[in-house]
Design a protein around this ligand. Structure first.
Ligand code: FES
Length: 168
């Protein structure tokens, strides 16, 4: 084999190696994007489905705070995270509200401001919500608290994802 042929052969080897590494890196970057593009439901399935949170007989007409754990999966790992819901009964209806203020994401509390009893109050910018979660006009939030997707089976309340609502 001549020296020239030998050099060309080494160059080819190097370029094939670089192409291989580049291809591997491109595939690693693109595959999660392709996965979510092909099946958007996979992204929505990041948080595990319904989890049991409370029993119906624990509920009162007064909103109570319940804490529960959800399993969250993203492209790289799975983790358990804590969630909270304000849940109450109104006749035969059960309402489960997200505690996340729709203004800038602080946590709301029920009936903690003496000036505004029987409302959800956000201490960050004095945001307020009615018991239904409806935002009080002329306070910073411009839409209601999210309401959890919910199932009731055999006296147990299961919550799914919070669902965004628009102002009425
Ligand atoms: S974050 Fe709740 S009022 Fe601003």
């Amino acid at each position: 084999m001549s020296e020239k042929e030998h050099k060309v052969s080494r160059r080819q080897f190097l370029s094939y190696s670089l192409m291989g590494v580049g291809g591997f890196m491109a595939a690693a970057m693109i595959s999660p994007m392709v996965r979510f593009a092909l099946d958007p439901a996979l992204e929505a399935a990041g948080e595990s489905d319904f989890v049991s949170v409370a029993t119906v007989d624990q509920l009162t007409e007064e909103p109570q705070r319940f804490t529960f754990q959800v399993t969250v999966e993203d492209a790289w790992y799975t983790s358990d995270q804590s969630r909270t819901a304000w849940i109450y009964r109104e006749g035969d209806n059960i309402i489960a509200l997200s505690p996340t203020c729709t203004h800038m994401g602080c946590v709301v509390n029920w009936d903690t401001n003496e000036e505004f009893p029987n409302q959800f109050f956000c201490p960050c910018h004095d945001g307020r919500f009615e018991k239904s979660g409806q935002n009080v006009p002329n306070t910073p939030p411009t839409r209601p608290l999210d309401v959890y997707d919910m199932e009731v089976r055999d006296g147990t309340i299961y919550l799914g994802r919070p669902i965004q609502r628009n102002s009425v």
